[in-house]
Design a protein around this ligand. Structure first.
Ligand SMILES: Nc1ncnc2c1ncn2[C@@H]1O[C@H](COP(=O)(O)OP(=O)(O)O)[C@@H](O)[C@H]1O
Ligand SMILES: [Mg+2]
Length: 320
């Protein structure tokens, strides 16, 4: 009944529920993550992201839910799941008193790699994560970015097929964050599946094949970054005119537009596509109204995030 099934699904979750005491943290979550892709679980602090990671990585038991990770059933085969995954948590597993190399060797021991393979793998990972020079230094002396890299290197010792990265770049400076992104992209190029949690919209946008937004126990949206951006209004074309007369005439011509007299601009809702822009300009042209400046605003993930995680008036479920 629990035999491994050949599937292209790295993670499959149905009706996952979890409460701590009487606090409902996950109120019926469904997820499907295709092998070899990057999935981001996006949500504000306290949304339940770490709880999802803890459950999928077998650290915390769900209350209910049908869960398969790497083709194995979580309820009956947690050991097989553990053997297939790697987890880099929100809080580092690095031992600050040990050197970088020692931390890696410790992991290699846990994975029973054997003396020769252990040395080979440790050297390879130090090199790959640009830690060779610092390998003999205590990890406690590392910068935040180096620590995260070492942490991830330790996760990779066991060659996991699925890697959970819980807020891997929180607190990192922009440059270290970009290094981390490059590493994540390389891992996926090698066929690994990445399950990432983040509070950073830009990060989810940059890296993910698919994103789900978690808020107050439910997924309020799920799709590609482009899908999500289409969910929110907020796209508009901004037109500027040389005087109030032209502005007013244009406003009367273009229904649904919003007039800003002080800046002589008119906001016209739209997706910012070339055809929609052309049709607007053609209509103005037909009435000989001259536009002095045009700007296009396409909605970004910030718009999505704020629209979807707005508190009590959140349009929960409506957008799935
Ligand atoms: N072991 C626990 N016992 C009680 N409450 C918990 C426990 N773990 C998490 N929570 C609560 O569950 C909610 C979600 O937490 P968490 O999954 O850490 O959110 P996130 O990672 O999105 O910030 C929070 O309100 C947190 O206080
Ligand atoms: Mg967390």
């Amino acid at each position: 009944m629990t035999a491994t099934v050949s599937t292209s699904s790295a993670v499959r979750v149905r009706s996952l529920r979890k409460s701590f005491g009487d606090k409902v943290v996950l109120d019926g979550i469904d997820l499907d993550i295709t092998e070899g892709t990057i999935f981001s679980l996006l949500g504000p602090n306290g949304a339940g992201k770490t709880t999802v990671v803890d459950i999928l990585s077998t650290l915390v038991r769900p209350d209910t839910g049908d869960i398969r990770v790497a083709g194995h059933d979580l309820a009956s085969d947690p050991d097989k799941i553990r053997a297939a995954i790697g987890v880099t948590g929100q809080f580092s597993a690095v031992d600050g008193l040990l050197t970088g190399a020692e931390n890696l060797t410790l992991m290699a021991d846990l994975h029973h790699l054997g003396r020769i393979e252990e040395r080979r793998r440790t050297a390879e990972l130090l090199e790959r994560f640009d830690l060779t020079e610092a390998a003999a230094e205590p990890a406690g002396s590392y910068s935040g970015g180096m620590r995260r890299r070492l942490d991830l290197a330790m996760t990779l010792v066991g060659r996991p097929r699925i890697i959970f990265l819980d807020e891997p770049t929180t607190g990192l400076d922009p440059r270290s964050r970009r290094t981390m992104w490059d590493i994540v992209r390389e891992l996926v190029a090698d066929g690994v599946t990445i399950f990432l949690t983040t509070q950073y919209l830009e990060e989810a946008d940059q890296l993910s094949d698919r994103i789900a937004v978690l808020d107050q126990g439910s997924l309020v949206a799920e799709g590609t970054p482009a899908d999500l951006k289409q969910l929110v209004p907020g796209g508009h074309v901004s037109l500027q005119f040389s005087d109030v007369d032209e502005l007013t005439t244009a406003a009367n011509l273009l229904v649904d537009s919003t007039c800003h007299n002080e800046t002589l601009t008119l906001q016209v809702p739209g997706d910012g596509s070339v055809p929609s822009l052309r049709s607007i300009l053609d209509r103005l042209d037909a009435d000989s109204i001259e536009v002095t400046n045009v700007a296009i605003h396409t909605p970004d993930l910030d718009d999505v995030f704020f629209a979807l995680t707005a508190r009590s008036d959140s349009p929960k479920g409506a957008l799935r």
